[in-house]
Design a protein around this ligand. Structure first.
Ligand SMILES: [Ca+2]
Ligand SMILES: [Ca+2]
Ligand SMILES: [Ca+2]
Length: 338
């Protein structure tokens, strides 16, 4: 739940965006309402029919009373109100109040009027609890919005390779790069944001524009955090199908069989390919010596020696009779959750 920092509990209790909007302009709104009611009554009387005039004014009087109740509780407090983000360290300046949110999904749910744009926001996993706030890119438009960035991985770097401790430990990596850009990072959101979906974005070839040009795939996987799902090292399966995964990279290639996918995807012989997030495939009708893979945070193992498969961790790498020829395509990947 969101809480409004430095404001009276009344503003929080009244609930989100509407409450903040009413609170910040309540006295002006009441003045207008009163004027409107008076003029409506005058018009009603002038036209005739005292009964219809009084019916019209009843609901307005009722709503004016509600507003007056809110303003008498919160009107004295202007602390916690804001006009700029700089006035809300560790929180988000939204509708005139500093609001603490734990994820971009909470921010999306608060933003009923869809006024916020995608960008970097300050998130706090536990509000006033001791976990510190951190910055992360919020995707608030794509596929319904509410996506929090957790990882960025460069396929030409081993920072987020299969064996990297970053997949299993509780450290962050380059949290000073919270935006949707080409800097590798592991944000605190990897540890703290609960999820029911994972959104993988891939760019191939890796570009030079500040913002990657991405193809997207959403995975229906739920957990308390991506760290909680990946760190045990056990397979978390999906069944999206090979074509869905191949859509992440133009010209992609995989062997025809096995098609094991999800999180912690490993050949039955762990000396062969594996992928933290992705799909692996094999030319034989099993997953024993799988030699091709597509995804984030992988390894090729013996497939490099026997099938000419690139050891780079993120992208699409396939040899030994894949469906679209041998490929070695390092990609830049981003991972978001909601
Ligand atoms: Ca906190
Ligand atoms: Ca939105
Ligand atoms: Ca094989």
């Amino acid at each position: 739940m969101a809480l409004v920092l430095g404001c009276t509990p009344t503003t929080t209790g009244a609930g989100g965006a509407t409450a903040a909007g009413l609170g910040s302009s309540s006295s002006g709104a009441i003045g207008l309402d009163t004027t409107t009611t008076a003029s409506a009554d005058d018009t009603g009387v002038g036209t005739q029919a005292g009964s219809s005039g009084s019916e019209g004014s009843d609901p307005e009087t009722g709503s004016t009373d509600d507003n007056a109740g809110d303003s008498s509780d919160s009107g004295s407090t202007t602390e916690g109100l804001c006009t700029e983000q700089d006035e809300c360290p560790g929180a988000v300046c939204f509708e005139g109040a500093c609001v603490s949110v734990a994820s971009c999904r909470e921010l999306e749910e608060l933003d009923a009027g869809d006024v916020l744009g995608s960008g970097v926001y300050e998130l706090d996993p536990d509000g006033e609890g001791e976990l510190p706030p951190y910055e992360a890119y919020c995707e608030l438009e794509l596929m319904g919005g509410g996506w929090t960035l957790v990882l960025k991985a460069d396929g030409q770097s081993d920072v987020l390779g299969w064996s990297s401790e970053l997949w299993t430990n509780e450290s962050t990596y380059q949290p000073q790069y919270p935006d949707l850009d080409h800097h590798e990072a592991k944000l605190a959101s990897y540890l703290h944001v609960p999820l029911s979906e994972i959104l993988v974005g891939m760019e191939q070839p890796i570009g030079t524009d500040p913002t990657p040009s991405l193809q997207w795939l959403s995975l229906p996987i739920a957990g308390s955090s991506l760290h909680a799902l990946i760190s045990p090292g056990t397979h978390v399966p999906t069944s999206l199908g090979r074509d869905a995964w191949k859509g992440l990279i133009a010209g992609s290639s995989l062997q025809y069989s096995c098609n094991r996918e999800g999180l912690n995807v490993i050949s039955d012989d762990p000396a062969y390919v594996a992928q933290r997030i992705g799909i692996i495939a094999n030319e034989a009708a099993d997953c024993y010596w799988a030699d091709s893979r597509l995804g984030v945070g992988g390894k090729s193992g013996n497939a490099t020696m026997y099938c000419g498969v690139d050891p780079n961790p993120t992208g699409n790498f396939a040899g030994c009779s894949p469906d679209n020829g041998d490929v070695n395509l390092p990609a830049f990947a981003v991972v978001l959750v909601r």
